[in-house]
Design a protein around this ligand. Structure first.
Ligand SMILES: [Zn+2]
Length: 183
């Protein structure tokens, strides 16, 4: 699936940009989403000065992942992008159509949103970045261009939710196998 990246920080961001151009094609091969996604890098010194400031957010109307990069480790920024990308998957799946009220403490008061958030943490911050690291170990950064790799069109069955769920379960199962069963 196509993606675009915009550096709106006004700063040099080649480290994270190179990584994003490796990560997005990989993520696209692991997840099912049927709409292009945008990534934008932001800088906000006031936000950065706040220890509990924002790190990233996803706009379900424009399919845009916005991520703050100030004073952050590149891998941490990547985890944020990965987290928001799961929200994009959820959006393509229709999860945002039934989100209900965004109260102040919506994570505590809205079970549907809490579930979406749990998935974004487990898959986005967790497994997806972890598997990407393993993937990259066999494929050094320097070798490839800052270009999205073309891959053959995946077979569409028309039901993204089911496909995605199956794939997700497979990812979790694979990880558990590796960690506990093969020993
Ligand atoms: Zn989230």
């Amino acid at each position: 699936m196509n993606y675009s990246v915009k550096n709106k920080t006004g700063q040099e961001q080649s480290d994270i940009l190179v990584l994003i151009h490796k990560f997005m094609p990989y993520a696209s091969s692991q997840l099912d989403y049927d709409k292009p996604v945008r990534v934008e890098l932001l800088s906000d010194p006031n936000n950065a000065a706040n220890p509990l400031g924002k790190t990233a957010f996803y706009n379900p109307e424009t399919f845009t992942i916005s991520v703050y990069t100030d004073n952050r480790h590149v891998k941490d920024v990547l985890r944020s992008i990965s987290h928001e990308l799961i929200h994009h998957v959820q959006n393509c799946r229709g999860d945002f159509d039934k989100i209900g009220p965004f109260g102040e403490n919506y994570i505590q008061t809205n079970p549907h949103l809490r579930k979406m958030e749990a998935e974004a943490y487990l898959l986005g911050n967790g497994f997806l970045v972890r598997f990407f690291e393993e993937h990259m170990r066999n494929q050094p950064l320097q070798e490839s261009e800052k270009k999205e790799t073309k891959k053959p069109k995946e077979e569409k069955t028309g039901n993204i939710g089911v496909d995605y769920n199956r794939k997700r379960k497979q990812i979790v199962a694979d990880e558990l196998m590796k960690r506990w069963v093969k020993k």
